[in-house]
Design a protein around this ligand. Structure first.
Ligand code: TPP
Ligand code: MG
Length: 376
């Protein structure tokens, strides 16, 4: 076997207990050597964050079916991949998400009410109702918007990482992508640039086996997504994305490698989109229900719960109490977010220019006068 793709076993605390899956690294010079572990406190924090987004996603999908919001994209089934990877970041690092990493913002301290208000697109939304629902972004937690134009976030992320390197600060950029994004131009541009210039970026691919209705085996003929890193001179690592410890170990090692100035890594997290692509999709049209049932047995939230029980770090009474607490928190936040008025009309004219030019001043005055006279 060529040295470039020789499999390397990584230590993963949970793999030994709960999975026979091998963690493999497509080896390249400078591959990761440290494998940080999540200890009990970290596991409990990740569990809480994972259960919180599971609770939120369930409630928001219901709201969409009730016609109270227009669109929602859930990350159900991918909570370990989202939270375990974001948990490896520092506050000064930046996140360029793909489609399912809103939970990273919440983990990193963004409040639930403005997060939900974004889906309503009302005055509680810090992006002033200008984005598609579920495309949250907040500079306060260093996270840009979901990237609905698949793959475009990757070259932007590499640019941000390259800027950090030029400025000699130690920021690391996390560039998330789905398996579908590996077929985009931007994936190749970003990987190549990151390889040549040793940009401090970590590409985290959530391989959830589907790109809307296209299965991964129609997406690529490569033996894995991680192996693609070799072509760009980067290490690529593939881990069980439903095992939060394995996710954290691989991503934290890649983050530290980037911070040490050794450049980018591609981490493939093998996981599964348990629900629909979005609230606009019906996966029963193209997906075998037996496949979904098989993956439900590997549910990352249930898996971490069982592990915490086995470690005697958590029990069913605590779990019931946490579920009730999170449901109450989410319901209260939904109630508050939904009650907020729409963004004011005047905000239409804000944020494009540093100082408002005369023609916008005139247009704003004309519109406000017309609303006063005729109503909306
Ligand atoms: C450039 C581009 N092509 C196609 C689409 C339509 N589209 C939206 S989401 C999606 C699938 C993305 O799949 P993947 O990258 O695996 O992410 P996942 O939805 O599985 O998280 C596609 C093809 C798009 N938004 N942008
Ligand atoms: Mg996918």
């Amino acid at each position: 076997m060529a040295p470039a793709n020789r499999a390397l076993q990584l230590a993963s605390s949970s793999r030994k207990k709960s999975s026979n899956k091998k963690t493999t690294v497509a080896r390249q010079s400078g591959a990761m050597s440290a494998h940080p572990l999540l200890h009990t406190q970290g596991l409990l924090e990740c569990y809480r964050a994972m259960l919180r987004i599971r609770t939120l996603d369930e409630r928001m999908m219901t709201l969409q079916r009730q016609g109270r919001i227009g669109f929602y994209g859930a990350c159900t089934g991918q909570e370990a991949a989202c939270i375990g990877s974001a948990y490896a970041l520092r506050a000064n690092d930046w996140v360029f998400p793909a489609l399912r990493e809103g939970g990273a913002m919440l983990l990193r301290g963004f409040a639930l009410v403005p997060y939900i208000a974004q889906v309503f697109g009302n005055s509680g939304d810090i992006t002033k109702g200008r984005q598609m629902p579920s495309h949250q972004a907040a500079a306060s937690v260093h996270q840009v918007s979901w990237s609905s134009v698949i793959g475009t976030q990757l070259s932007q992320a590499v640019g941000a990482a390259w800027a950090a390197k030029l400025k000699k600060d130690d920021t690391v950029v996390m560039a998330y992508l789905g398996d579908g994004a590996t077929s985009s131009n931007d994936f190749h541009v970003a990987m190549n640039f990151a390889g040549v210039f040793k940009a401090p970026v970590v590409f985290v691919c959530q391989n959830n086996h589907w790109s809307i209705s296209v299965p991964t085996d129609h997406q690529t003929a490569s033996e894995s997504i991680a192996i693609k890193a070799v072509a760009y001179g980067l290490p690529g690592v593939k881990v069980d994305g439903n095992d939060v410890s394995a996710v954290y170990a691989a991503v934290a090692a890649a983050v530290e490698r980037a911070r040490r100035g050794q450049g980018a890594t591609l981490v493939e997290l093998e996981t599964y989109r348990m629900g629909a692509h979005s609230s606009s999709d019906d996966p029963s049209r193209y997906r075998d229900p037996a496949e979904v049932e098989a993956w439900k047995k590997k549910d990352p939230v249930e898996r971490l719960r069982s592990r915490l029980f086995a470690l005697n770090a958590w029990n069913s009474a605590q779990d019931k109490a946490l579920q009730a607490e999170l449901l109450e928190e989410v319901n209260t936040a939904i109630k508050e977010a939904e009650s907020l008025p729409p963004p004011s009309i005047a905000t239409l004219f804000e944020d494009v220019y540093q100082g408002e030019p005369w023609h916008l001043k005139e247009q704003r005055a004309e519109l406000l006068e017309s609303i006063k006279r005729h109503g909306r």
